[in-house]
Write a protein that binds this ligand. Structure first.
Ligand SMILES: [Zn+2]
Ligand SMILES: [Zn+2]
Length: 741
């Protein structure tokens, strides 16, 4: 079973994990990336997998960093079920259309500008109709029920205590006779958080994937934070200003209302005018009311006593833009709760523009403020900020209370992890770089559990006994040239120990390379020609010692007249005319077209389903376009995809298929053992440790392919690139790394 970390790796957003087992592929979350541009760019273009090949999606909760790219997944063809709790499914009915609206509005704004400049227009990541279609694919789950969702896969959702409906997901995978349990924490709630229950504690798991948003920090405890909230409210009201509270529409807003109501009822703050200025928060609050059975005891009692946190005198929900604008004329005495929580979008920006410059106003930051956001600038004490292209001076008081986070802090996360009896490995995700590494260290030191911090796009092989990093040490990011574009796979002793896909398969359409991308092999396919000739000779009852003239008769070029088949095989990889002659030999012996023969007698028996030859009118799906570097510019090389393949070149393949080829060839399944030595001879070399290696390689404009096998150690390195940079350096590093193992 393989687990691929496609998001929330050394960052908080974009949660997305791909689990492959047997013939199935399952996604856990499909979240949107926020923050720095390089991350947000991943929201555009294709997915690093084929959405049509995904069999099921499991969604932990409704926050956009976990659910936000589901409509894109559906837009790109995912037809299957999305498993989530009923409350999550309900919350998504407002979150996903809202997100689509944001995408559309943003692109519309950009397109107005582009249209004026006569530039090509942009497409939104997805539209309202994609979100609507996504909602139809939800399959509601209830907490604590084990449900089989695919052959060999059972899941169970447990209350994560994070926001309404949020789940920790237990996953059991049955593979090769063993049963492996993985727990995905999703986002883990705070202990003693308002409204929702405490997170569920679990005891057993083979592997745990745990979030770490606050893995290195401590929240103020609830009493403390209530006292501080009361203080901030009293202070701001006494000074006659407005109190702005940027808050996530979902979860945080409702928590805050709960606390304000409690404080008012206890007489700790005066009766307030509270405006919830976020249509999303208003709709989300509606859904909270519907799912009151998930509330904690305290909140249920409040409701029973008629003290609803969601409706009280002085509490107003604003819907329309006009209503929202009217709030701008309120100069003091109001509490305005508005999204987004990090001040980087939404109505809160208008309120900040109208209040930040006022000395009597105050801003209360209660959520996590990611690097690069306006909220973070305010938190860090910026004196001047830019809002909607305007400079705004900051005179308002800026307060931060961390205890309101819907995420558990270090104490809560350690307690949650500490409940597990034995875990083979913990993967730490969903945190800033400092948080993931700091928290990982803490787990190692305090709990003594083996920990890994996966990098973005890293793949791991999980077995019943051990985990193998398919991106083993020695192949850290530093070794991969940032301009390298292609696929790398490394096998040892029959196991794939590394797999990586880098760069773009198609730059014009922004399609990423994936482990399954097909690459042109250029001259590298001469290996197939030699193999096919040997196979044809064997099939016709000849040995390699046969003089060529005996088979070909008249019409042979002079240089080949006195050669044996074995001699021609050895000569072939060095010259195109020799390869062409081998092709003619195959056709003469078998009466079949060279390409057809090779496909049916070499590729098919080896199980190389994604390998073949380019033909005039057919470009196979998922083939990378070759890019040449000319004067430091990448130029698309249309000739990297040849018009017609044949004995001299023009095959395409995938890294996995080349592995199958080596396996089949060395096991004697393609040609008999006694021929193997002669076939391999022209490709033989020496690995660094002096052992014999065999290499097929192809280099042409926009193509670099290298595949080496060291049979004695069952080591194999395959690099397929649709560019010209970095492939050989990477290859040399990998070979050196393997030699040291
Ligand atoms: Zn969340
Ligand atoms: Zn999250």
């Amino acid at each position: 079973m393989q687990l691929e970390f496609l998001g929330a790796a050394e960052t908080v957003s974009g949660s997305c994990f791909l689990l492959r087992f047997g013939t199935y592929q399952v996604l856990i979350d499909c979240g949107m990336f926020h923050g720095p541009k390089e991350l947000r760019e991943r929201n555009y273009g294709g997915f690093p997998f084929n959405p049509l090949e995904i069999d099921a999606v499991i969604l932990t909760h409704a926050h956009i960093d976990h659910s936000g790219l589901l409509p894109k997944l559906v837009k790109h063809g995912y037809p299957g079920p999305i498993y989530a709790t009923e409350a999550t499914a309900d919350l998504c009915t407002i979150m996903l259309p809202d997100s689509a609206y944001i995408q559309e509005a943003e692109v519309e704004r950009k397109n107005r500008k582009l249209a004026r400049q006569g530039q090509p227009l942009l497409e939104p990541i997805y539209k309202r109709e994609d979100a609507d279609q996504t909602l139809k694919q939800f399959r509601p789950m209830i907490y604590d029920e084990v449900v089989p969702i695919l052959p060999g896969l059972e899941i169970c959702m447990r209350d994560a205590g994070h926001i309404l409906g949020a789940a920790i997901v237990e996953v059991w995978v049955e593979e090769d006779g063993s049963r492996i349990k993985i727990v995905f924490s999703g986002d883990i709630g705070n202990l003693d958080q308002p409204i929702v229950q405490d997170p569920t504690f679990l005891q057993d798991a083979d592997y745990v994937i745990v979030e770490s948003t606050y893995g290195t920090r401590y929240h103020e405890d609830r009493e403390n934070r209530s006292a501080r909230l009361a203080e901030v409210v009293r202070d701001t009201m006494a000074r006659g200003g407005n109190l702005l509270i940027p808050a996530f529409a979902l979860g945080r807003t409702q928590d805050l209302l709960h606390e304000l109501r409690r404080l008012m009822d206890a007489g700790e703050i005066p009766p307030l005018k509270v405006y919830v200025d976020s249509p999303l928060a208003t709709s989300a609050t509606e859904i909270f009311r519907k799912h009151r059975s998930f509330f904690d005891y305290e909140t249920r009692i409040m409701l029973e006593e008629g003290r609803s946190p969601f409706e009280f005198a002085g509490l107003h929900y604003t819907q329309s833009v006009e209503e929202s604008k009217r709030l701008n004329s309120i100069t003091g005495g109001a509490v305005i709760i508005s999204a987004s929580g990090m001040c980087d979008a939404g109505r809160i920006k208008h309120h900040l523009k109208h209040n930040l410059w006022r000395r009597e106003a105050a801003v209360l930051l209660i959520g996590y403020q990611a690097e690069g956001t306006l909220g973070r600038q305010l938190q860090d004490g910026a004196k001047l900020v830019r809002i909607h292209g305007e400079q705004v001076v900051v005179r308002a008081k800026i307060h931060t209370i961390t205890g309101f986070s819907a995420h558990g802090d270090k104490t809560a996360l350690m307690r949650w992890l500490g409940e597990f009896d034995s875990v083979k490995r913990v993967f730490v995700v969903h945190g800033d770089k400092d948080a993931v590494h700091g928290f990982a260290q803490e787990i190692e030191e305090s709990l003594g559990l083996p920990v890994t911090v996966p990098k973005l796009d890293e793949v791991f092989e999980l077995t019943a006994n051990a985990v193998e990093r398919l991106g083993v040490a020695g192949l850290s990011e530093a070794h991969v040239d940032p301009e390298f574009s292609g696929v790398v796979k490394v096998w040892e002793g029959g196991d794939q120990i590394f797999s990586g896909a880098y760069g773009l398969a198609d730059r014009r359409f922004g399609v990423s390379n994936t482990p399954d991308t097909r690459f042109a092999m250029g001259p590298g396919s001469s290996f197939f020609t030699v193999t096919a000739a040997a196979s044809a000779l064997n099939q016709s009852g000849y040995t390699l010692a046969v003089p060529l003239a005996e088979i070909m008769g008249e019409g042979m070029p002079d240089w080949a007249l006195s050669m044996t088949a074995a001699e021609l095989l050895e000569e072939a990889p060095k010259r195109n005319d020799a390869l062409e002659l081998l092709g003619a030999l195959v056709e003469k012996l078998t009466g079949e077209e060279f390409i057809k023969y090779t496909e049916s007698k070499i590729f098919a028996p080896a199980g190389m389903e994604k390998t073949g030859y380019f033909r005039l009118d057919r470009l196979p799906e998922g083939t990378a376009t070759g890019y040449m570097l000319i004067d430091e510019q990448l130029i698309e090389n249309v000739f990297a995809v040849p018009i017609q393949g044949g004995p001299a070149g023009g095959a395409y393949t995938t890294a996995a298929d080349l592995h199958r080829f080596w396996q089949a060839l060395l096991a004697g399944r393609i040609i008999p053992d006694d021929m193997l030595c002669d076939v391999l001879k022209p490709f033989a070399g020496e690995a660094l440790n002096g052992l014999t290696s065999y290499t097929m390689q192809g280099q042409a404009p926009g193509i670099t392919m290298i595949s080496t096998i060291v049979p004695a150690l069952e080591q194999e390195v395959t690099i397929l690139s649709n560019g010209e940079k970095g492939a050989w350096d990477l290859y040399n590093d990998l070979m050196a790394f393997l030699e040291k193992r």
